[in-house]
Write a protein that binds this ligand. Structure first.
Ligand SMILES: *[C@@H]1O[C@H](CO)[C@@H](O)[C@H](O)[C@H]1NC(C)=O
Length: 251
């Protein structure tokens, strides 16, 4: 979400478009990014609304190049003092309602890059042990096992995300729980950071950002660019489900 750093409550759907496109697409359910807005309430409250099928906890915004990864949950808690473990029970509560909870890596502000295939492998190991079905003495979100990892890559190197996706997906065979992959590309195809990764076909959920991108967004009452881009996404990009991402509020 490089160009809209403060509007991560996405991709909520504009009702008219949602209903229009639902019949002709793979869409279904609503996903949001949670954590970057102090006033948004708790994770349990978001899940209790019954509106969402997927929640991306944002963001792990420092990783790669051998750096110690760090997460930033804005005002909600401080991972360095271990105060984010309180979300463990809320994550489980959301999951018990059938909502998939993913950790989003990247974001518009941060310091991340995958320097090599080995670096991608190390980051995948870290994510598995720290947030998924592995074990670590340091689990900032406690013992809740997240459903997967969402890639929201807006900066750093464009390389090696296909390897990270492959390494993460391979853990599906290790635990007793599938590892889901999500991605939040910009609408122009191919996405500069995630195009190669998306072409692996390993992504279960793709929330395409149809905003801040004049060539493929709705503007001034004209829906044509958005619709033709949507058709390209759903016909050319191999993914489990494609979501129409629009700002819930003015971006
Ligand atoms: C990957 O992890 C191994 C084992 O901890 C370490 O020796 C190696 O330097 C790491 N590689 C990178 C690129 O960070």
């Amino acid at each position: 979400m490089a160009k809209s750093k403060n509007s991560h409550a996405l991709p909520l759907l504009l009702p008219t478009l949602f209903f229009t496109l639902l019949g002709t697409s793979h869409a279904g359910g609503i996903a949001i990014y949670w954590s970057q807005n102090r006033n948004e309430g708790t994770l349990s409250e978001a899940c209790a609304t019954g509106k969402y099928s997927h929640i991306n906890i944002a963001f792990l915004n420092k990783f790669g190049s051998g750096k110690t990864p760090e997460m930033n949950l804005a005002g909600h808690c401080n991972p360095t003092t271990n105060s984010c473990t309180k979300f463990s029970s809320e994550i489980k509560d959301c999951q018990s309602k059938g909502i998939k909870v993913l950790l989003s890596i990247g974001g518009g502000i941060g310091s991340y890059t995958l320097a090599s295939v080995e670096d991608a492998r190390n980051v995948s190991t870290f994510l598995w042990n720290t947030f998924l079905g592995g074990k670590s003495s340091s689990r900032p979100l406690g013992d809740a096992v997240l459903d997967g990892i969402d890639f929201d890559i807006d900066l750093g190197s464009t390389q090696n995300y296909e390897h990270l996706a492959r390494f993460l997906k391979a853990y599906s065979g290790v635990g007793n729980k599938r590892v889901y992959l999500g991605a939040a590309p910009q609408c122009p195809i191919p996405d500069r950071f995630l195009g190669t990764a998306l072409n692996t076909g390993l992504f279960d959920f793709v929330w395409v950002q149809f905003y801040n991108n004049p060539p493929c967004q709705y503007a001034n009452g004209n829906i044509n660019k958005l619709v033709s881009s949507w058709k390209r996404w759903t016909s050319t990009v191999p993914a489990g489900k494609i979501f129409l991402g629009l700002p819930a509020a003015r971006a």
